[in-house]
Ligand binder design. Structure first.
Ligand code: ATP
Ligand code: MG
Ligand code: MG
Length: 546
């Protein structure tokens, strides 16, 4: 059911109510020149969401008019990301390039109508002739070229008679328009370039602004939702469709882009980070790409929920990364089974247990007991985290200190009797005793406040744990005076190569979040290839700027 919860949904419900629209058809139109990022997720959730709510259809259409920047790798990644987010397009995947014949025929029609002409100026002259925001443009000397001549030249452009850049086809609108997009925009240019879908069939390619409205019309799109930067392109969108009255006329409606702080969401910059190997790839878990978020362990429901909370508005704003993290925690809290993992292991010998002691303790997988129990082996040598022991504790330290007691999570209370160090003074082992009367009960004679997580030394599994932080130190790396690449956080990835995890994690699967008790939410890296490599999705609490 479509509810009028934002201005776009309100308009669409009105169109349905008035009968202007019989069935809603939207589209998500990525250019396959990079991987999708979280901004695209907003557009996906809106386009597919509206269609689903209105019992309509959303098409997935690749806007593939710049063959030199596009590739099949990007097409595959994008289709995978859309499905992973939980959406399915109507019918087959579509390509603007599959409309090249029709687009070409409409261009001839525009020439014949006197609405387009072939311009022989150099790219430089065309740029200069366009004027500026404060200065009107100048008519091209070729603007009055006879229709027959333009038609002939356009056909010969298509036939491959001219070099790249020699000629262009331009719409004949108004060189003095206050809107730069209406100053005789280029509709076609010559590019002797192979296309990933059409091969060598074409050496002229239509421009985005020409292709988009016609592709929308050919697909029967009713509402063409796009970001605010296209607002000034709408008069051209409408001009073109008015000049091609045989086509239906979709409505373009603009909404605000999603901007997130502490990161960049521009395909160009993301590609630069990947190409310059400043990150490990498009799916680097520190990137705000959909594939990076997936690899990091962000559940698709968390991303959808985030997009819903951000909402649809008409003015640009910057969303706080903490909101995305909140949505991830909110989802993972409900779905992530608990486990114990020790990132920086410190051996602890439990001196009052026999050497062959092995006891299977039981703990619930989750506060929701329907998720069942797990077995945790308890043995005379365990690991706790180095940060949970302090020889000289700071004020308020509640964990283990020499002579002090702490509870082992899901197990007993232990007391630290002895601290063993190496020649450099580094603590190498703690010797502790177990109070065997404290399994699941607190002692009555004293209060033990601290709780630490632990794993059995002999039964735990070696693992690598990767802890991520924000990729940039600046809240607005794209808007800073220095190059955004100089603002990268040198500590955005901290690797714990010698971590140990409880045996229940042996069969962890990518995309299944786990809560490592006291540490955060983690998931198996989807490139781990059988090794135990865990990525931290998000910490347990909001620690931004703390
Ligand atoms: P970028 O500027 O990152 O290269 P783009 O707009 O060029 O992005 P497209 O592949 O053309 O990338 O985008 C497909 C759709 O996603 C478009 O309709 C576009 O408006 C929308 N989109 C892209 N970025 C955002 C964003 N940050 N917020 C909301 N929608 C976005
Ligand atoms: Mg685009
Ligand atoms: Mg772009």
């Amino acid at each position: 059911m479509l509810e009028a919860s934002d201005f776009i949904r309100t308009r669409i419900s009105d169109d349905l109510a008035s009968g202007k629209t019989a069935q809603v058809v939207t589209r998500f139109p990525p250019e396959p020149n990079g991987y999708l990022h979280i901004g695209h997720a907003k557009s996906i959730c809106l386009n597919f969401g509206v269609a689903r709510e209105a019992e309509g259809v959303c098409n997935l259409r690749f806007d593939d008019t710049n063959p030199e920047k596009e590739s099949q790798e990007y097409i595959d990644a994008i289709t995978k990301d859309v499905q992973w987010l939980g959406f399915q397009w109507g019918g087959a995947v579509r390509y603007a390039s599959s409309y090249f014949d029709q687009l070409y025929a409409f261009a001839e029609q525009l020439i014949e109508q006197g609405d387009a002409y072939v311009d022989s100026q150099t790219p430089e002259q065309i740029r200069e002739g366009r004027g500026t925001l404060v200065q009107p443009g100048m008519d091209s000397p070729y603007r009055e070229r006879p229709v027959a001549e333009s038609l002939d030249l356009f056909r010969r452009m298509k036939a491959g008679e001219f070099a790249d850049g020699a000629l262009v086809l331009r719409a004949r609108i108004d060189m003095r328009s206050g809107n730069m997009n209406l100053r005789d925009p280029i509709l076609y240019r010559i590019r002797h370039q192979q296309h990933h879908q059409t091969g060598d069939t074409w050496c002229i390619y239509p421009m985005y602004d020409y292709t988009h409205p016609i592709s929308d019309a050919l697909e029967g799109i009713t509402h063409s939702l796009c970001t605010l930067e296209f607002e000034a392109h709408r008069p051209l969108y409408d001009w073109l469709l008015n000049k091609l009255p045989q086509l239906p006329h979709p409505q373009q409606i603009e909404f605000a882009r999603l901007n997130l702080n502490y990161t960049v969401t521009s395909k160009r910059k993301l590609k630069q980070l990947v190409d310059e190997q400043l990150v490990s790839g498009w799916d680097d878990p520190r990137l705000p790409t959909i594939s990076g978020l997936r690899r990091r362990g962000c559940p698709p429901a968390a991303l959808r929920n985030f997009c819903e909370r951000v909402g649809i508005s008409k003015s640009d704003g910057v969303v706080d990364m903490a909101m995305l993290e909140f949505c991830m925690r909110d989802e993972l809290e409900l779905t992530a089974p608990r486990a114990m993992a020790v990132l920086k292991p410190l051996p602890v010998t439990l001196t009052n247990l026999p050497e062959d002691h092995l006891q299977m303790l039981h703990a619930s997988r989750h506060p929701n007991v329907d998720m069942g129990e797990r077995e945790i082996p308890f043995t005379p040598t365990i690991f706790i985290d180095r940060s949970d022991f302090e020889e000289v504790p700071p004020k308020g330290f509640k964990r283990l200190i020499p002579g002090g007691e702490v509870r082992l999570r899901n197990a007993y209370i232990i007391r630290c009797d002895d601290v063993v160090k190496d020649a450099d003074g580094l603590v190498t082992e703690l010797r502790c005793s177990v109070d065997l009367a404290t399994l699941g009960v607190n002692p009555t004679d004293r209060k033990v406040k601290g709780v630490v997580h632990w794993v059995s030394a002999s039964h735990s599994l070696p693992a690598e744990v990767r802890v991520y932080d924000r990729l940039f130190m600046d809240a607005a790396p794209d808007r800073s005076e220095v190059d955004y690449r100089e603002l990268m956080n040198p500590e955005s990835l901290v690797v714990y190569a010698d971590a140990r995890v409880e045996p229940s994690l042996a069969n962890a699967a990518p995309e299944q979040g786990h809560q490592f008790e006291r540490e955060g939410y983690f998931c198996l890296d989807n490139q781990a290839d059988g090794r135990l490599i865990f990525n931290r999705t998000v910490s347990l609490r909001d620690t931004w700027g703390k």
